[in-house]
Design a protein. Structure first.
Length: 281
């Protein structure tokens, strides 16, 4: 058997030191990189929340705080002689709140919290066959400004209570809170890409309507009156479905005492990823 020579021991020691030193160097670099990223994230968050970003020619405040914005911009849409409404709301990203109770004589009121003029939505209004048609659209942006601290919007929408409306809402990303119990719906269409969506129909006493809810990624909560004649069909991708107060048969949920022979509201839910909670209260 060949005996180890002194040269072999020196070579092995050199290789060990080389590997150890290289590993230590790699660890040091990774730790420094991690500390840098975390420090940057913390600093960015503090600046965003406090409005500490330096002003530029387009955005001078951060909409993470309403106090840092100018006064909200409110637009009212007169009802005129319209007997019904068709309202379409399209938001790219931000917080959307829809409720009843628009001022007397109007079919919709929109209050926008945003500093930069380029983030103001576009409005289109016309009347066709006694139906007031309103479209509200995010102007859309490209490039890095979608990820800037100035990007989020906050829209507060109020719709007339006693006017039958077809309501269509599309949100790319963000939080949507829809309190529709005081409205009179002909149809309801909600499409969201990512984010949390809350639809509250408690207290609804309008006519029966058809509804479609398409939710990409995020949790969805829907509340309906226990006394309503309503059926909800849930098509779930990944996530849990929790129900309270409904009678369930496979993917179909009905309010207590549901009677298909009577006018009934029919709601279809298509969910990609996220939990669904439906409540009959």
């Amino acid at each position: 058997m060949r005996q180890n020579e002194p040269g072999d021991d020196k070579f092995a020691s050199f290789v060990f030191r080389l590997n150890f030193d290289g590993l230590t160097g790699t660890k040091i670099i990774l730790w420094l990189l991690a500390i840098t990223i975390v420090s940057f994230a913390i600093g960015f968050g503090i600046l965003a929340l406090t409005g500490g970003f330096p002003p530029d020619s387009q955005n001078k405040d951060t909409p993470f705080r309403h106090s840092s914005m100018t006064a909200p911009n409110t637009t009212q849409f007169p009802r005129g002689d319209a007997a019904s409404g068709k309202i379409s709301i399209t938001m790219g990203a931000g917080e959307l709140s829809v409720d009843g109770g628009s001022p007397e004589g109007t079919i919709m009121e929109a209050t926008i919290f945003d500093k930069a003029p380029e983030w103001q939505p576009r409005y289109f209004q016309t009347v066709s066959n006694s139906t007031a048609i309103i479209r509200m659209e995010d102007p859309g942006h490209k490039g890095k400004e979608w990820f800037a601290p100035h990007s989020p919007n906050s829209w507060d929408i109020r719709v007339a209570d006693r006017v039958p409306v077809d309501l269509e809402i599309a949100v790319g990303a963000g939080h949507s809170s829809l309190s529709l119990g005081s409205l009179s719906l002909n149809s309801l269409t909600v499409s969201t890409g990512a984010g949390e969506t809350d639809i509250d129909l408690t207290g609804y006493r309008g006519s029966a309507f058809t509804g479609s809810i398409d939710n990409g990624v995020g949790d969805l909560t829907i509340r309906v009156p226990r006394t309503s004649n309503m059926q909800v069909t849930v098509r779930q991708g990944v996530g849990d479905v929790t129900q309270h107060g409904f009678e369930q048969q496979h993917e179909r949920y009905t309010t207590p005492g549901f009677d298909p022979a009577l006018p009934a509201s029919d709601l279809l839910i298509n969910q990609g990823v996220g939990d669904i909670t439906i409540e009959a209260v």
